[in-house]
Write a new protein. Structure first.
Length: 365
């Protein structure tokens, strides 16, 4: 059982776990979870909670029950609800003499390497203080996060940044089903492909904004970061203890365990700033551990700058690698298809001969 061996565990709590259909706190449920956490903390495990619910708490407090909200209203409700959400956690954890710390994160905090390192240090110091970090998306500024949903990917990114061993993604189902009718759970997933996505029924609740699709996106991040992820049912009391004892869930098994921190960050990036399309010769070179040179580039897609995180796409249209580019999209467009020794002649300067160096690249296939 992966939880028993884990030292750092991230718990993702969805709105449907935390509040009922009327927007009221499921206090008995939360108290039971805190009890589960207390038991495992005594065994030397550190916990991080990534919690949805700010908007739901805000709706309940203001008596606004609309299911579809404009982004600006969602931001305002999140601002109100975040205070109540954090205070709820504080009160319940304090009864068991457990300290918590609040961390609000925006996409820039996880996607920019320097800021991600600063966040990691904050988590490490909270662990030293024996406090449990309670993390939420900074909904008041991250408009795209509210619009698309998901603390699922945020939880996965947090797990990657702190080098967590396990992410438990509590949902309102027992795991990933082969078909919704049979309720047959897929016990383990080693590779997320089209077949796995075909099992997804992307149903959302009244307050949450994610779905099973975003959980698979989160699983991809974990699998590429050396972290196990479980989709488990959080609707029962003592949900963590239930998972430990019965192991009813879907486990996503990590593909990678040996990447250094920089490459884990590269491969787990939520988005990309652009794409570079390459020919078969370049694809073969990358598979053999070579850097990406301008000669093998066919096309540049998107607008990006030096230092941005870029996807590399092969001639079959499949993502074959991801890396940090040494040149901007405009510069690459001018030198694509040329030999490296021609870069200086075309651009008037040359800092590197590689478009993306192998040390700044992670192969995806």
């Amino acid at each position: 059982m992966y939880i028993n061996k884990a030292k750092k565990i991230v718990l993702k709590i969805g709105s449907s776990n935390l509040v009922d259909n009327k927007g009221n706190l499921k206090e008995k449920w939360l108290k039971s979870l805190v009890k589960d956490i207390e038991i495992l903390r005594k065994k030397g495990k550190d916990f991080v909670i990534v919690s949805s619910g700010a908007i739901a708490f805000g709706q309940n407090y203001t008596k606004i029950k609309k299911k579809r909200l404009q982004i600006e209203m969602s931001q305002a409700l999140a601002s109100i609800g975040q205070i109540h959400l954090t205070n709820t956690y504080r009160k319940i954890f304090e009864k068991r003499k457990i300290k918590i710390g609040q961390i609000l994160i925006s996409p820039d905090d996880t996607e920019q390497r320097r800021r991600a390192i600063n966040i990691k240090r904050t988590f490490e110091n909270l662990f030293k203080l024996k406090a449990i970090p309670v993390v939420n998306e900074n909904d008041t500024t991250a408009t795209s996060e509210i619009k698309y949903g998901d603390n699922d990917r945020l939880a996965a990114r947090v797990a990657q940044i702190i080098s967590a061993d396990v992410l438990i993604n509590f949902s309102d189902v027992d795991g990933l089903y082969e078909t919704p009718k049979t309720k047959k759970i897929i016990k383990e997933v080693k590779n997320i492909n089209d077949k796995i996505y075909s099992y997804v029924e992307n149903k959302k609740n009244s307050y949450g904004s994610g779905g099973m699709g975003t959980k698979l996106d989160a699983a991809k991040i974990c699998m590429n970061s050396g972290c196990y992820m479980a989709i488990a049912n959080g609707k029962y009391t003592n949900p963590l203890n239930r998972l430990v004892e019965k192991n009813i869930c879907t486990w996503f098994l990590p593909k990678i365990s040996s990447l250094d921190a920089r490459k884990k960050w590269i491969v787990s990036s939520i988005g990309s700033n652009g794409k570079i399309h390459i020919d078969n010769g370049a694809s073969n070179a990358l598979r053999n551990g070579k850097s990406l040179l301008p000669a093998g580039i066919i096309k540049v897609e998107g607008s990006f700058l030096k230092g941005d995180n870029i996807l590399i796409v092969d001639q079959n249209g499949e993502d074959c690698a991801r890396g940090i580019t040494s040149f901007s999209s405009d510069e690459i467009s001018k030198v694509k298809g040329l030999k490296s020794d021609q870069i200086e002649k075309i651009l008037g300067y040359s800092s590197k001969s590689e478009i993306i160096h192998r040390d700044d690249m992670v192969k995806l296939k």
